[in-house]
Each structure stands twice: as structure tokens, then as C-alpha cells.
Design a protein around this ligand. Structure first.
Ligand code: SAM
Length: 223
């Protein structure tokens, strides 16, 4: 139970109802990231690593909801200028240390995707890897922010799970409305050039957070 929930219960004299995980994302994620180790591992996401060649050294890439830094640190090691943010201060503290241990520079921030300081046409690239915390209204705002932040010619690399993942339950949110289909991504990215859009299955070994047979979708899209 969160402190605010407990306080409200105490004030009303009623037993507190537990809040759903999405109602307190920072608290929920801080708790998940408080365990030792890296929830999603130290290696970059494979779809991102495979497609990072779309960007040239020196270009500016923003990692959205970057967690403990596995993706931002990898991109910085390729010579990119990397900005990254996440809602969890626990994750960002771990990411800062990870970058320092690896000897790379990443400009980290703590923010939720609505309050992040999105700068229009500022990024050559955006990496959005497993950002399916977003329900449909938040997803609409997030995609709009990401599209506006890309420079013309900039490239989005995104990975998520498809609804088939509900059969596997090896990672990702347990709700269909947060998951992506090809049709959903084509609609969300209408007007961008879809360089690659692939629905596939793979055995993930991304820490304990994403582990086992997984129903995935990846997209590379240019503004
Ligand atoms: C499945 S994890 C993926 C982390 C990272 N992209 C990776 O691939 O390792 C989802 C991330 O979204 C962050 N998050 C959840 N809600 C958020 C929000 N509203 N704004 C920004 N980040 C959020 C969590 O803290 C978590 O790090």
C-alpha cells in the first residue's frame, strides 16, 4: 500500500483498497528497481542493437523510459549523444552509475513522459523500447511527443509486445489495450516512412523482467 493510500484510509476510518499498479507508476517501478542487479539486464535490447546503425556517431538520440540504462549506455558507447529519461529515480540512479562504470556520458533525467521537456525537432533518433506502461490515451500523447521531437529525417526505433504475449506472460503489461499490433503502429505512425515493421517471436533473456518465449513487434520509422 502506498503512503497516500494509507493516509486516506486512516483519515476515513475505512480499510484502504490497494491501488492498481498503473495508479502509482513511480512507486511501483521504484520498488521493482530496488532489488539488486538489473531487472532487464545490462545488455541492450536486441531489436535496438540490430537497428542502431540507422544513426551516425555524433547524432542525438533520446531514450524514452530508459530504466536502468542498458539501452542508453549502449548507444553512447557507439559515439551517439544520448539523452534519456525515466519516471523512476531508483532506475535513473542505477543508470547513472552504470554509465559511469562503462565510461560513457548520457544526459539522464527523471521525468514522466507527460512532463518531460520535449524539444520540437531536436532529435536525430528516438529509442522507445518496451514503453507499454502507456494506456491508449497516454500512448497517443507519447507518440505525438516522440514524433514532434524528431527532426525531419530522424528515425524512431521502437519495440513492444503484441497481444499474443498474453499467452506467454514472460514480460510486459497483462492488458491487451497496452499492446501493439501492426495495424495500431501503422496508424500511430501514419505519415512517417515505415522502414521496417516486423511481428515475430523470440526467446528473450533480458534479466528477470523479460524472460522466455515472447511475442514481439519492432518498428523502424523515419520522419
Ligand atoms: C518495461 S520497462 C523498460 C525500460 C527500458 N526501456 C528497457 O528496455 O530496459 C518500462 C519503463 O517505463 C518507465 N515508466 C513507467 N511509466 C512511465 C511514465 N509514465 N513516464 C516515463 N517512464 C515511465 C518505468 O520506470 C520503466 O523503466
Amino acid at each position: 500500500m502506498t503512503d497516500s493510500n494509507r493516509d486516506a484510509a486512516a483519515a476515513s476510518g475505512q480499510p484502504a483498497k490497494p491501488k492498481p499498479a498503473f495508479a502509482d507508476p513511480a512507486g511501483t517501478w521504484n520498488q521493482r528497481y530496488s532489488a539488486d542487479g538489473f531487472l532487464f539486464g545490462r545488455e541492450p535490447n536486441a531489436w535496438l542493437a540490430e537497428h542502431a546503425e540507422v544513426w551516425q556517431a555524433g547524432q542525438r538520440v533520446l531514450c524514452v523510459a530508459d530504466g536502468e540504462g542498458r539501452n542508453s549506455v549502449h548507444l553512447a558507447s557507439l559515439g551517439l549523444q544520448v539523452d534519456a529519461f525515466d519516471i523512476s529515480e531508483v532506475a535513473v540512479a542505477k543508470a547513472r552509475k552504470f554509465a559511469s562504470d562503462r565510461g560513457v556520458t548520457v544526459n539522464f533525467g527523471i521525468a514522466d513522459c507527460d512532463s518531460h521537456d520535449w524539444q520540437p525537432e531536436s532529435c536525430d533518433g528516438i529509442a522507445a523500447i518496451f514503453v507499454q506502461f502507456a494506456d491508449p490515451p497516454l500512448r497517443t500523447r507519447l507518440f505525438s511527443h516522440m514524433r514532434q521531437a524528431l527532426k525531419p529525417g530522424g528515425t524512431l526505433v521502437l519495440q513492444g509486445y503484441t497481444p499474443r504475449q498474453l499467452d506467454y506472460r514472460t514480460g510486459g503489461p497483462p492488458c491487451a489495450s497496452h499492446l501493439y499490433t501492426e495495424a495500431l503502429l501503422r496508424q500511430a505512425l501514419a505519415g512517417m516512412d515505415i522502414v521496417e515493421l516486423r511481428e515475430y517471436e523470440a526467446d528473450l533473456a533480458e534479466g528477470s523482467g523479460h524472460h522466455g518465449r515472447s511475442a514481439l513487434i519492432g518498428v523502424v520509422a523515419r520522419k
